[in-house]
Design a protein around this ligand. Structure first.
Ligand SMILES: [Zn+2]
Length: 417
């Protein structure tokens, strides 16, 4: 017994004495710091998964030369459905009949595609299948973005955006909602997702009362969890007044609803194109979408452009970046930047920050993610091109580091003279 203790002590001493990994120096000519600043001709030093310094590692030899590229913090998508995928016959409906093993491989594939596209963190909203994926990624077994997940979606039975077939519509009591929030927390969720209105096709009417939203978002806050609310129209202002953390979608919101979000410090996550266009482009893979639904999705895009333009005029309203990426859209999340800038007229720097420091703030992770600064996680990407001049450069991610590990390096070798 004594020798075993001695052996354990020796191993622990060896672990403690194990030297830190050698620093990695990235040489950079253009750096967006994630907080709205541009730095030129600098360097980033990374050690043990974190950024240790910016600007004073230049004297040493560069480990990776990223000059000629635009370097920035990895993007954060605050609204994805990473478990959605097409099943064995290529349709969304056939995933119900597939094996769990095939499903998890498809889902792991979505995580890989998302990471390769420069998204180093995503908030899934959310499914029980996110949990093993999140934990496998955190454990280093599977490559993918950091995942936060709601695991479930809280909704009045038979109401909400996707009412369960056969469920008798009824309202949950405030106590039942509070209990559900606590249950989702106990299951290991990172945030709470709540349906406060119907889907777009059914007019986006409120599906919860003010009292219900007050109870659900209030309990989430009491439990230390953020609350992410699916809301259109009137439900937008209701969610803000309930003190919920963020409103997703928001079409049909009035200026009063937008001002209510600013007043109550509710983050706003509108979608302009990817989610709509993805359904339209993949209509054959979504057999449950009727021609009328497709028309609704098509018509939503100009409305969303107009909504973003109105939202940008509301003082103090914090507009974050989330795509609502569903099956077919994984790895194309950055398309949403292109629409925001070209169709919604958001300044490109604002669009970047929305997916960097502002998104991190909305997730309660300001101290760790979304900026290139000492102490932050080394989530760093590089683009061939400058998105501030041509937003389409977001499609050309050539370097991806997450937590100090490089997952993509297509940086062209320097030309010999
Ligand atoms: Zn969604």
């Amino acid at each position: 017994m004594r020798s075993r203790i001695l052996l354990l002590a020796t191993i622990m001493a060896a672990a403690a004495a194990f030297p830190q990994s050698a620093p990695v120096v990235l040489k950079v000519s253009t750096l967006l710091d994630g907080r709205g600043n541009v730095l030129h001709n600098t360097s980033i030093t990374v050690q043990d998964g974190k950024i240790t310094s910016v600007g004073d590692g230049a004297s040493g030899a560069a480990t990776y030369d990223l000059t000629g590229l635009t370097v920035m913090p990895g993007w954060i998508d605050t609204h994805v459905h990473i478990d959605w995928h097409f099943g064995p016959d290529g349709t969304i409906t056939s995933q119900r009949g597939e094996t769990p093993e095939r499903a998890m491989l498809e889902i792991a594939g979505n995580a890989w595609k998302t990471l390769q596209a420069g998204f180093t963190t995503v908030q899934a909203v959310g499914s029980m299948r996110d949990k093993p994926l999140r934990d496998a990624i955190n454990g280093g077994q599977v490559p993918g973005p950091r995942i936060l997940t709601s695991l479930e979606q809280i909704t009045n039975p038979g109401r909400g955006a996707n009412p369960q077939p056969g469920a008798t519509p009824h309202d949950l009591s405030p106590d039942e909602l509070r209990a559900w929030v606590r249950q989702v927390k106990a299951e290991g969720a990172d945030e709470i997702k709540i349906f406060a209105s119907t889907g777009l096709g059914s007019g986006g009417k409120p599906t919860m009362t003010q009292e219900q939203l007050d109870a659900a978002c209030g309990e989430a806050r009491a439990q230390g969890l953020r609350s992410v609310i699916h809301a259109f129209g009137q439900a937008v202002g209701m969610a803000a007044r309930a003190g919920c953390t963020s409103v997703e979608h928001g079409l049909m919101a009035t200026d009063d609803d937008l001002r209510a979000m600013a007043e109550h410090h509710t983050y706003f996550d509108p979608q302009l194109c990817l989610v709509f266009q993805n359904y339209i482009d993949n209509a054959q893979h979504y057999p449950n979408l009727s021609p009328e639904s497709l028309k609704t999705l098509h018509d939503a895009m100009p409305q969303a452009d107009e909504l973003l333009q109105r939202a940008m005029k509301v003082p103090g309203l914090k507009i974050v970046f989330g795509t609502d990426a569903v099956a077919g859209a994984d790895g194309r999340n950055a398309e949403e930047f292109v629409c925001r800038v070209r169709d919604g007229h958001q300044p490109a720097m604002q669009a970047m920050v929305a997916a960097q420091s502002l998104a991190a703030e909305s997730l309660g992770l300001s101290g760790q993610l979304g900026a290139i600064a000492p102490g932050m996680q080394a989530d760093i990407i590089a683009l061939a091109g400058d998105p501030l001049r041509d937003i389409a450069a977001v499609r050309r991610v050539v370097f991806v580091m997450k937590g100090g590990v490089i997952y993509r390096n297509d940086v062209p070798a320097p030309r010999t003279r």
